[in-house]
Ligand binder design. Structure first.
Ligand SMILES: *[C@@H]1O[C@H](CO)[C@@H](O)[C@H](O)[C@H]1NC(C)=O
Ligand SMILES: *[C@@H]1O[C@H](CO)[C@@H](O)[C@H](O)[C@H]1NC(C)=O
Ligand SMILES: *[C@@H]1O[C@H](CO)[C@@H](O)[C@H](O)[C@H]1NC(C)=O
Length: 498
């Protein structure tokens, strides 16, 4: 009897929960539908309208392509779920004209919550659907809603691709901590992880973290501080709650959570064997200011390019430096300090990713000029069979053969690779500059991908992150911390509430 009553009560609580969710959705839909401002999207697969992209039909319903492509068990669940969801169609516009704008991330998350409500109520959730990841770092927002394709954008695209392939639910939260908190509190047990920064435009983690006095805060152990670069110790819990996208290099094992983006194997096109390419050296620089003081260029004397070309074209017929860059400064700045691509370098202009890759694939070496650091492009170059020339600088006490002792280098991951894959060159040293180019042209390589940048490794790392019992780990760290034994390296680590 007691059991029956409990079930009845918990059912009505659940119904109440869905009623609340539905009401919130209805309000937000209405708000979204009334807001109008333009926005562009890089990836159509992330849009709510993907519900609508058609292929197969079932009972008069058109089933979206991403559902028909699922493995059979998952497909049956997904089709049933889709049929149930379609019952809501006349109440919730499945494809409203909401026009994007500042609330776009909330709109997207509402749709995902609605899917969760349908599948939990009808027992049609896919295998990983009730495991929820909240994306709350601004670069994810820029990538998803504005097409940002810098390192963090590329990382986001692979993370999302993998989680979606496995059927996880992803919620978008811009960098909006009050909204992260609001999402979390609707489905606290379903949220497996929040990937964000500690700060944001509308509030901070510190305002929303679970504490003794704030029981409905987001538990610190569910929060992973994201930074593309592998140098930050900003989690209050411990090292592994710092998540990053580039491996970097350190002799000392650091216990961050490393999730790489994927470097894809070369395909034809754009891949052509090195020996059939012209003697073309591709300079990594999106903006012309990277050649000028302010960007701390590796080659401060811009005459180096023409001098090197004059020497190298005698040894390698048709030798050329090429670059694809533009001047991204405003008109006044451009007038005040005119900047040009150095003499001896041919500018291919601004290119999209595909054009960039096909130009790169037509080169025999990629040359770093100091900036950007730890970029994905040298990895892409290697995958196309193109060695990287990596400028570095030393401290007074640095040893040439010990990269860890160096002051700085453009690519902290690749600096530990030897020729013929990577050539470390001392900044401003013209002898080493010319010689590295010469060696790279004389020693073509086959396509190469670091084992830590393959799709397999990327998936392995994500799966490991998803399957780790973070609460237990945090609990152990916390117990020791409260006894005065600190096992973590971060300066920001402190007491927290489980
Ligand atoms: C569920 O996620 C795991 C990784 O956590 C993955 O290995 C598995 O294939 C996913 N299930 C489905 C049906 O995609
Ligand atoms: C990383 O974790 C291992 C195993 O717990 C530990 O021995 C090592 O000292 C940790 N590394 C750092 C830098 O704390
Ligand atoms: C430049 O590099 C060459 C070869 O490594 C070295 O012999 C020379 O001393 C370097 N010049 C300077 C100014 O560091």
């Amino acid at each position: 009897m007691a059991g029956t009553i409990t079930i009845t009560i918990s059912r009505s609580i659940r119904n109440l929960f869905f009623l609340i969710v539905a009401t919130i959705l209805l309000i937000t839909f209405y708000r979204s539908a009334t807001s109008t401002s333009g926005s562009s999207f890089s990836t159509s697969y992330l849009l709510p309208s993907s519900w609508q992209s058609a292929e197969t039909t079932s009972g008069g319903l058109t089933i979206p392509e991403e559902i028909t492509n699922l493995a059979s068990g998952e497909r049956e669940l997904a089709i049933k779920q889709y049929e149930y969801a379609s019952n809501m169609g006349s109440y919730f516009d499945p494809n409203p004209h909401w026009g994007g704008g500042r609330e776009d991330y909330k709109f997207y998350s509402d749709v995902q919550l609605r899917k969760l409500a349908v599948c939990t109520a009808t027992n049609t959730c896919r295998e990983n659907q009730t495991s929820v990841i909240i994306l709350g770092y601004i670069h994810a927002h820029f990538h998803i809603y504005e097409g940002y394709m810098g390192g963090e954008g590329i990382w986001t695209s692979y993370l999302v691709q993998t989680l979606e392939k496995w059927g996880y639910t992803i919620l978008h939260a811009r960098d909006d901590w009050p909204y992260i908190w609001y999402l979390y509190n609707q489905i606290p047990d379903l949220v497996k992880g929040v990937i964000a920064w500690r700060t944001g435009q509308y509030g901070t983690f510190d305002d929303k973290v679970k504490t003794h006095g704030r029981g409905n805060g987001v538990p610190a152990w569910k929060f992973f501080v994201y930074n593309y670069f592998p140098d930050h110790y900003t989690s209050i819990v411990g090292d592994a709650w710092n998540m990053h996208s580039e491996f970097g290099y350190s002799k000392k094992q650091r216990n961050f959570t490393f999730i790489p983006y994927v470097v894809e194997p070369a395909t034809t096109p754009p891949y052509t064997p090195a020996t059939t390419r012209p003697y073309q050296v591709y300079i990594l620089a999106k903006f012309v200011r990277y050649f000028y003081p302010g960007a701390q260029p590796a080659w401060e004397d811009r005459g180096i390019f023409l001098r090197a070309k004059t020497i190298l074209e005698k040894e390698f017929p048709g030798f050329e430096f090429v670059v694809g860059c533009k001047d991204d400064r405003n008109a006044a700045q451009q007038k005040e300090v005119p900047m040009e691509v150095p003499e001896g370098v041919r500018n291919l202009g601004k290119m999209d990713r595909l054009e960039f890759e096909s130009q790169l694939a037509n080169s025999r070496a990629m040359l770093g000029i100091g900036w950007p650091t730890l970029s994905p492009s040298p990895h892409v170059a290697l995958s196309l069979g193109i060695p990287f020339i990596n400028p570095y600088s030393m401290n007074g006490w640095s040893k040439k053969d010990d990269p860890e002792s160096w002051a700085q280098s453009q690519h902290h991951t690749l600096k530990v690779l030897d020729p013929p894959y990577n050539y470390n060159v001392l900044r401003n040293n013209e002898t080493e500059f010319i010689d590295a180019i010469r060696q790279a042209l004389l020693h073509p390589i086959e396509p190469f991908i670091l084992p830590t940048m393959t799709r397999e490794y990327h998936e392995k790392q994500i799966a490991e992150w998803l399957h780790t019992d973070w609460r237990s780990k945090a609990e152990e760290i916390l117990e020791l911390r409260r006894k005065g034994i600190e096992t973590q390296n971060g300066k920001d680590v402190k007491d927290f509430t489980l």
